[in-house]
Design a protein around this ligand. Structure first.
Ligand SMILES: Nc1ncnc2c1ncn2[C@@H]1O[C@H](COP(=O)(O)OP(=O)(O)O)[C@@H](O)[C@H]1O
Ligand SMILES: O=C(OP(=O)(O)O)[C@H](O)COP(=O)(O)O
Length: 479
């Protein structure tokens, strides 16, 4: 996610969860306590349990009062991953703990945080460590800086908000590595939190550079990965660092996300519909093939659609297109026909003459956008088309807004789909919405509480569903 700009932009291998056999599931309390600390292993999209193969298990949602989800385990055995709750509190006292969180929140032009969901979601793990006297070294990325430090990608606004939420000062270090940072870490007292500056100010971070990983790991006793939203990236601060730290465990958020998502999407109630939009076309278009294998319908919106229309020789004007994905888009359309999966593209769009809140707008056919205009939202007929396609769905996974919701003129499509999902939740469907901007959009519409699950990861939840190994999880200690 990036600050507002054109094009701004679900195997997990192990999860800690509470499982119960069908017979035992009647009393959730009994089940939970009965299995706490037991080395059960669950296979869900690459996540494995050391439970008998082919056994039907239920995963208990991490949040109270939630529904249970059927999980079909055709398990080979891979150890589950350790999490902070597997270590005694005393283990943290006086230790320097590196916490990787995903604090990549949306900012407006004045660098105000427009949605703090990811910061709030990171608080429980930090509080647990603070309470147990750890010296917390917190790290994150923000946006996608291209070359070195830039003020608009600084974590400064995050340090302020985190201080408010924790009720204690969170100092922002001037850098993520180097002598000044080392002395600040050395000066930390138990219970204090130091936030490192954006790790992506170093190109080495995204390359998972070994030397950079070693520098991040210097003087660190325990690595806690709580960055679910970035767990699909094999970067230095999410994966590489783990090589150089003795103890590495999942945080509470990572644990909770994996538990819920694995349960909900490994044997989803059908019909299962995926909605993919947003602007990270290259990282998400590749997931559509896998989605077609598990979903009954795949609905496309947002900036994702124009690469498909261009592939079909249609006029897309100045809309967001990723030319190097045109062949893939063509193949996906052919594949959908072969598999008999509905791949649904919007029939109309709201086109704008510029990428701005005050742009002139017109409703056009989505496949005939005039030269000099760009599609920034789905149109009214598409809203109706998507609502019809969603009728009767039992599981819906949504990542990526339908339009540039940050501008009122282009928020209608996203809001209408959010309302439709809220209605489906009331009818008993499982509705999952993931992604920094998608969650911001649903919060903006006041509908976040109407969804079954709001996930802090968009790309991560899609890759988890796809059955991929999430490198940020794979790097952690087996339980
Ligand atoms: N038609 C479009 N053209 C350009 N950008 C779009 C369009 N529709 C949505 N977007 C942008 O997509 C961004 C979110 O994309 P993405 O990062 O993929 O979603 P998420 O953070 O939910 O995973 C938003 O900032 C939104 O403005
Ligand atoms: O915002 C994020 O992902 P998301 O938009 O898929 O939810 C994460 O912070 C990962 O960011 P990245 O896609 O720049 O690696």
């Amino acid at each position: 996610m990036e600050t507002l700009a054109m094009g701004s932009a679900v195997a997990a291998t192990g999860l800690t969860t509470r499982v119960a056999t069908q017979a035992a599931v009647q009393s959730r309390t009994t089940v939970s306590s009965a299995f706490v600390g037991k080395s059960l292993r669950l296979k869900t999209s690459g996540v494995s349990l050391a439970a008998p193969a082919q056994q039907k298990l239920r995963v208990i949602r991490a949040d109270a009062g939630a529904q249970t989800a059927q999980v079909d385990t055709k398990a080979s055995t891979v150890a589950r991953k350790a999490n902070v709750n597997d270590l005694p509190g005393s283990e943290f006292e006086g230790k320097t703990v590196f916490v990787r969180a995903d604090l990549n929140v949306p900012l407006d032009k004045s660098l105000n945080i427009t949605d703090d969901t990811r910061i709030r979601a990171s608080v429980p793990t930090i509080q647990l460590l603070v309470k147990n006297g750890a010296k917390v070294v917190l790290a994150s990325h923000l946006g996608r800086p291209k070359s070195g430090p830039e003020d608009k990608f600084s974590l400064k606004p995050v340090a302020g908000r985190l201080s408010e939420l924790l009720g204690q000062t969170v100092e922002l270090a001037p850098d993520s590595i180097g002598p000044e940072v080392e002395s600040k870490i050395a000066a930390l007292k138990g219970g204090q939190v130091l936030l490192l500056e954006n790790v992506r100010f170093y190109k080495e971070e995204e390359k998972n550079d070994v030397e950079f990983s070693k520098k991040l790991a210097k003087n660190i006793d325990i690595f806690v990965n709580d960055a679910f939203g970035t767990a699909h990236r094999a970067h230095s601060s999410t994966a590489g660092i783990a090589e150089f730290v003795n103890k590495k465990v999942a945080g509470l958020l990572l644990e909770k996300e994996l538990t819920y998502l694995a349960g909900a999407v490994s044997a989803p109630a059908k019909p299962f519909v995926a909605i993919v939009g947003g602007s990270k076309v290259s990282s998400k278009i590749t997931v559509i093939e896998s989605l077609m294998s598990v979903c009954d319908k795949v609905i496309l919106g947002g900036g994702m659609i124009f690469t498909f229309f261009k592939a079909d020789g249609k006029n897309v004007g100045g809309s967001l297109v990723e030319d190097d994905k045109i062949d893939l888009a063509k193949n996906l359309v052919a594949m959908a026909k072969e598999k008999g999966v509905e791949l649904i593209l919007p029939v109309d769009v709201i086109a704008a003459d510029k990428f701005a809140p005050d742009a002139a707008t017109q409703i056009t056919s989505s496949s005939d956008i005039p030269e000099g205009w760009m599609g920034l939202d789905i149109g009214p007929d598409s809203i109706k088309q998507f609502q019809d396609a969603l009728k009767g769905s039992k599981t819906v996974l949504w990542n990526g807004p339908m339009g540039v919701f940050e501008f009122k003129a282009f928020a209608e499509g996203t809001t209408a789909i959010a309302k439709t999902l809220a209605g489906l939740t009331k009818e008993g469907a499982i509705t999952i919405i993931g992604g920094g901007d998608s969650v911001a959009a649903v919060e903006q519409a006041g509908l976040a509480s109407e969804m079954s699950h709001v996930s802090t990861g968009g790309g991560a939840s899609l890759e988890l569903l796809e059955g991929k190994v999430l490198p940020g999880v794979a790097a952690l200690d087996d339980f």
